[in-house]
Design a binder for this molecule. Sequence first.
Ligand SMILES: *[C@@H]1O[C@H](CO)[C@@H](O)[C@H](O)[C@H]1NC(C)=O
Ligand SMILES: *[C@@H]1O[C@H](CO)[C@@H](O)[C@H](O)[C@H]1NC(C)=O
Ligand SMILES: *[C@@H]1O[C@H](CO)[C@@H](O)[C@H](O)[C@H]1NC(C)=O
Ligand SMILES: [Zn+2]
Length: 281
Amino acid sequence: MEYCKLQIVAIVSLVLLFPVIDAWGHDGHYIVCSIAQSRLNKGAAEIVEELLPKSAQNDLGSVCIWADQIKFHYPWSRPLHFVNTPDVCNYKFSRDCKDENGREGRCVAGAIQNYTSQLIDSSSKDNLTEALLFFSHFLGDIHQPLHCGFASDKGGNTIEVHWYTRKQNLHHIWDDNIIETAQERFYSSNLADQIDAIQKNITTGWADQVKSWESCSYTDTTCADVYASESIEAACDWAYKDATEGSVLEDEYFLSRLPVVNKRLAQAGVRLAAILNHYFK
Ligand SMILES: *[C@@H]1O[C@H](CO)[C@@H](O)[C@H](O)[C@H]1NC(C)=O
Ligand SMILES: *[C@@H]1O[C@H](CO)[C@@H](O)[C@H](O)[C@H]1NC(C)=O
Ligand SMILES: *[C@@H]1O[C@H](CO)[C@@H](O)[C@H](O)[C@H]1NC(C)=O
Ligand SMILES: [Zn+2]
């Protein structure tokens, strides 16, 4: 009996420790934060090292998923991971950035502004370790096209499709499956090689676009609205397209969407670094 109880406790705690993750999966966030950290200037690198928990051993990637892990303890933070549009292929802060109770600014774009302001306010009383971890995570989320998707299907969460032979929802395919399938197929399941490949393209094929990715007027604290607009457009052009309820998504979908995912990961990493570099040079 006691043994049985212990087992139940063990199972329940496992479920609590590993809640269903609904954001760029672990690898997506790791990729974004590693790319960003490798591009930091001296001032920004020092701030990041100072703010990271000691246990992270100065590896921003390793704690980039933190904001998903604490959703259970910080339920107020749930709406901050995404923004939904009223089922249209464009985004407007004033119309869309609110939680389900209509509280303004409670969406991923508002959260990015919030945590940027905390980080750059030297008299801030907020926990700046948390601010950095939220900020780094949400900058990844806002680049995942289906984190700026339609309200009616919760950013693809209610669209059931097949990823090859397995049942999966569309949102999860964009958080995890495309990245994982690419990792297995092209990088022998090696995350470091996958990151290297994206970084190589940032300095070659995408090199002449990087300046425009980084450019931001910084008048509105950050350019989060631009990133959200790009995401909903990519969601309409690529994520939702040919992925209706019950579709079977295989090589044709995977191979045509992977370049979009790679570019969004690259843009997120480049921009995360650019914003930190701008404020902490
Ligand atoms: C801003 O950050 C504080 C501290 O984490 C949090 O309580 C608040 O809900 C955040 N608001 C938004 C819109 O991100
Ligand atoms: C700041 O937040 C981190 C992560 O939640 C926590 O470990 C740390 O104790 C907090 N620091 C303060 C001073 O509250
Ligand atoms: C890098 O660019 C090459 C050439 O365009 C492309 O074939 C490859 O898939 C890209 N890889 C990544 C990870 O973006
Ligand atoms: Zn998230």
